[in-house]
Design a protein around this ligand. Structure first.
Ligand code: NAD
Ligand code: AHE
Ligand code: ZN
Length: 372
């Protein structure tokens, strides 16, 4: 198949919120600096639903969504040296070129090399898509487009992993689990004894709980409007805002003698982001925004909250350098130092993808893994 167009199945989003359609899609060969991957398993993340909803200012249609997956390199374009056909890989929506201003800064995991292209749904080389249906282009998404049996990504967006690792599990290391763990370890740098509050107990929020437990937090307070119990990730107390008349920030301040040391917003709701900042302790409390909010939404608070020492931060992919650290996270999973299996509540096939999105909106679903 090397050098040839591959026709395969992919889930195409034609319009916001209209059911995805399983189509025969043509996938062009990788050009210079590109890698064509046979995707074996992909999970769904809330961000896929967000872009599908039409609320993402970068959302383009028709497109192939998906960014939490694992597969095997099928072929590589000219000049690609770090991976070869047969390598087991995880596509990384957050690239790492190791050469740009961002990568060399030592201050961020963001990479500037391909970001304008991935945001525009095309590849860097010719600003065109490698996906088409009968000659009509279909946009890429987040530089990954994993809801396809084959995808083409930039070489700076591929993490080569241990071939022994189970791809139906480690696909989750493409987004949600690293995001939560890294928000605690890299962005907030939670220390032993700290009091932590987590808003939203989906996969990202529960991975924050897991990270906070491993960092030695003394109390891990989970806040969710859905009182489902996920008690084996580290949450020590559960709070449902619906059980109280007073604002949730006040509830947390009262529960913690003045506020928490660290809070994490894992929902994408700007009023919850405000509550997450305002439940932090005066003088030092730090709040980390992880959730992705809809186009047009803005955060607000009284500046006095910051003047009096609270800190507002955000994180993308938990601050992890993708190509360097995803393989390390795979090894941590292989050594049973981090969980993955526990986040997988459902397994379906690509053909059931619309059902998988329905499940996401029902209680009791964390990650659903699709076999391609
Ligand atoms: P999810 O849908 O599985 O979980 C969200 C949880 O929030 C659910 O349990 C839901 O019941 C709860 N919730 C909703 N409204 C609430 C409210 N008002 N108060 C309290 N709880 C509420 O989502 P996920 O896949 O875990 O992703 C979480 C968020 O993180 C999304 O916005 C996603 O787009 C974003 N995300 C960001 C990054 C990043 O790098 N910054 C990476 C992955 C995901
Ligand atoms: N296009 C969106 C941006 C969404 C966003 O913030 N994405 C996160 C990853 S979410 C993964 O589930 C991210 O990494 N952001 C940094 C970046 O460079 O995109 C919007 O709202 O415009
Ligand atoms: Zn995601």
């Amino acid at each position: 198949t090397q050098g040839q167009v591959i026709t395969c199945k992919a889930a195409v989003a034609y319009e916001p919120n209209k059911p995805l359609v399983i189509e025969d899609v043509q996938v062009a060969p990788p050009q210079a600096g590109e890698v064509r991957i046979k995707i074996l398993f992909t999970a769904l993340c809330h961000t896929d639903a967000y872009t599908w909803s039409g609320k993402d200012p970068e959302g383009l249609f028709p497109c192939i969504l998906g960014h939490e997956a694992a597969g095997i390199v099928e072929s590589v374009g000219e000049g690609v040296t770090e991976v070869q056909p047969g390598d087991h890989v995880i596509p990384c929506y957050q690239a790492e070129c190791r050469e740009c201003k961002f990568c060399k800064s030592g201050k961020t995991n963001l990479c500037g090399k391909v970001r304008t292209a991935t945001g525009a749904g095309v590849m860097m080389n010719d600003r065109k898509s490698r996906f088409s249906i009968n000659g009509k282009p279909i946009y890429h998404f987040m530089g990954t487009s994993t809801f396809s049996q084959y995808t083409v990504v930039h070489d700076v967006s591929v993490a080569k992993i241990d071939p022994q690792a189970p791809l139906d599990k480690v696909c989750l290391l493409g987004c949600g689990v690293p995001t939560g763990l890294g928000a605690v370890w890299n962005t907030a740098k939670v220390e032993p004894g700290a009091i932590v509050a987590i808003f939203g107990l989906g996969t990202v929020g529960l991975a924050v709980a897991e990270g906070a437990k491993s960092a030695g937090a003394s109390r891990i307070i989970g806040v969710d409007i859905d009182s489902k119990k996920f008690d084996n990730f580290g949450v020590t107390e559960f709070v449902n805002p619906k059980d109280y008349d007073k604002p949730i920030q006040q509830v947390l301040v009262d529960l913690t003698d003045g506020g928490v040391d660290y809070s994490f917003e894992c929902i994408g709701n700007v009023s919850v982001m405000r509550a997450a900042l305002e439940c932090c302790h005066k003088g030092w409390g730090t709040s980390v925004i992880i959730g992705v909010a809809a186009s047009g939404q803005e955060i607000s608070t009284r500046p006095f909250q910051l003047v009096t020492g609270r800190v507002w931060k955000g994180t993308a992919f938990g601050g992890f350098k993708s190509r360097s650290q995803v393989p390390w996270l795979v090894e941590k999973y292989m050594k049973k130092e981090i969980k993955i299996d526990e986040y997988i509540t459902h397994n379906l096939t690509l053909g059931d993808i619309n059902k998988a999105f329905d499940l996401m909106h029902e209680g009791g679903c964390l990650r659903c893994v699709l076999k391609m």
